[in-house]
Design a protein around this ligand. Sequence first.
Ligand code: AP5
Length: 210
Amino acid sequence: MKLILLGPPGAGKGTQAEVLTEKLSVPQISTGDILRAAVKAGTPVGLQAKAFMDAGDLVPDSVIIGVVKERLTADDCKKGYIFDGMPRTIAQAQALDEQNVVIDAVLSIEVPDDIIIKRLGGRRTCPECGMIYHVETKKPAKEGFCDGCNAALIIRKDDETETIKNRLETYHKETEPLIDYYRKQGKLKEVGGEFNIASQTAEVFKVLGL
Ligand code: AP5
């Protein structure tokens, strides 16, 4: 199965992608995670992406399209995959269509901006394995440390309030038009994102018929 998870920053795309990866036994392709790893490793892609990411702006389409094209050649993509945070622009969606990537369904998770600002302010991330926590809704067993690898949790640089506002503006301008793009292709499935994580997962499974 090939799925796209669409929604504003902090909608819960990463959280739901983790659950769906396990359920469907296909990899999660998070362009955000790929770019953060590239920044950490200091690769040419990372050097190009860092300033855009820190400011909450989109990384240029040409960089993303190249990174994703390469990722899709890996063996683990043969049975399908879950795109988390890709495509983010009409040009990226058209690039997938041109590469004959046939998507089965696009899951749009919509959450109001005021809830997003609260959620992202409380998010904590493991810098080693990428596991996501929240200070109120998804606490680790030992405060401040990852359950999986025991690394000290961090606050992502782009989770500062002003940067979150810019990410939301960019989402409404550049990414929201994809909702109509995929509705016209008959692939759109919509879920509200205001539920708690467990109820949201139940909704996601329901609309996807899982
Ligand atoms: P990326 O990493 O993709 O960031 P994002 O889309 O802004 O998504 P987030 O990871 O912030 O949120 P999410 O929806 O995954 O929510 P999460 O599950 O973590 O991209 C980062 C940057 O990279 C971009 O700004 C851009 O610069 C660049 N980039 C990446 N892809 C690109 C592309 N294709 N083109 C151009 N540039 C690109 O949940 C958030 C928090 O809320 C968590 O703490 C979670 O525990 C909590 N939570 C989740 N669900 C619920 C719920 N139902 N109830 C309560 N709390 C919840």
